[in-house]
Design a protein around this ligand. Structure first.
Ligand code: KG4
Ligand code: ZN
Length: 357
């Protein structure tokens, strides 16, 4: 039996330092042997958001230990690694440079191929880890840095159906939380507060609700919440605002996902209709159950990858590396970091579409 490829993946595009080793089983399904993610939440907490220079410094401090741990936990030896894949973009350039340089140096020292990976491609292919999932499928990616609908047709074949034109959804949760006096990242806290509130108390705007296809916009919501939050005096009012915000997001996602369904079906004449929901915001239980119900109504299969593969991680980067390794799609060691790097080259440059504005 021929040796299965063993790929080291490295991810440092934002505030997670991550490394992973993956391989594939006899059926060709990608299998995770180790998946180490070190979050920097504590580093950025007091600033209410990610500070690029601090993030980069933290990556530099941790990257070798994280890679070492990923190799140790995999039970494999360094010399068994067949290729090294690093995220090259999109993301914060000072952060990307750390994992990219480390990956290139590692590959060169082992005399093994180097593969530059698009972080969004990692998210797009992450549901294929540990499972047999056929193309095409519709991906809704909702994280702190990105919000988009992608028609995933195959490796390297992506059509962006819609994207946020301003803030990413996780960013909208975090900014709302900040206005309510909650520490970064406040998304999960909003969900907890919302449970105690009345979701119909405040009528919040739904930007581009009736136009723009399945594109998204959340910046107007933040402005409305800023105004209301100034007059909030009691905890109950705070709970009501959190609940109203979350309900508004559900309504926006319900409508826009329905539009994405019809665009997806126009582009793919497939019997099997699949929606994959990835990114940190996919952890939100209300959003999960709303999307699960919508999928039932519309005859879609809904797939929520496990949370450790949903947020930023290096297994998804190694996964893309594995697919490219099999096709011998290697990159040179002078491959640049790309802060802007869209998956769908034909799509317009918009924030959340792989762009730092
Ligand atoms: O994909 P992710 O782990 O990382 C990056 O985007 O880097 O997503 C993190 C985002 C944060 O904005 C966080 O507040 C949000 O996901 N998030 C949530 C929930 N859990 C995480 N938003 C709403 N409800 C949640 N339960
Ligand atoms: Zn991400």
């Amino acid at each position: 039996m021929s040796k299965k490829p063993l790929i080291l993946g490295i991810e440092t595009s934002c505030d997670e330092t991550a490394a992973s080793i993956i391989t594939e089983n006899d059926q060709g399904i990608p299998i995770v042997l180790s998946n180490i993610v070190s979050s920097q939440v504590d580093v950025h907490k007091e600033f209410g958001g990610v500070v690029p220079e601090l993030a980069a410094r933290s990556h530099v401090e941790k990257i070798d230990l994280i890679v070492q741990k990923a190799i140790n936990d995999s039970g494999k030896k360094i010399e068994d690694i067949d290729a090294v894949a690093s995220t090259a973009g999109p993301g914060l350039i000072v952060c990307l440079s750390v994992g990219l340089s480390f990956g290139k140096a590692f590959a060169a020292s082992l005399n093994k191929p180097f593969i530059a990976v698009n972080h969004l491609e990692g998210h797009a292919l992450s549901p294929k880890i540990n499972s047999k999932l056929n193309y095409p499928y519709l991906l809704l990616l909702i994280s702190g840095g990105h919000s988009q609908f992608l028609n995933v047709q195959g490796l390297g074949k992506y059509v962006r159906l819609g994207t946020t034109i301003d803030d990413a959804l996780g960013e909208a949760f975090d900014k709302t939380a900040k206005l309510l006096g909650i520490d970064f990242p406040g998304g999960p806290q909003i969900e907890i507060l919302a449970k105690k509130g009345d979701p119909n108390k405040y009528d919040l705007p739904k930007p581009i609700f009736n136009k723009g296809g399945c594109n998204l916009s959340f910046a107007g919501l933040k402005t409305a919440i800023l105004k209301i939050s100034k007059n909030i005096k009691t905890d109950q009012e705070k709970f009501n605002l959190a609940a109203s915000f979350q309900r508004t997001i559900e309504q926006i996602l319900y409508k826009k996902t329905k539009i994405a369904f019809s665009e997806f079906q126009n582009q793919n004449k497939t019997e099997e209709k699949i929606l994959v929901i990835a990114g940190g915001v996919a952890a939100n239980k209300n959003i999960r159950s709303m999307l699960t119900n919508l999928c039932k109504e519309e005859n879609y299969q809904s797939i929520f990858p496990p949370l450790e593969l949903c947020g930023d991680n290096a297994a998804m980067i190694a996964m893309v590396g594995l697919e490219k390794f099999k096709l011998k799609q290697f990159d040179n060691l002078d491959y640049p970091a790309k802060p802007r790097w869209q998956l769908d080259a034909k799509a317009a440059f918009l924030k959340g579409a792989g762009v730092q504005l």
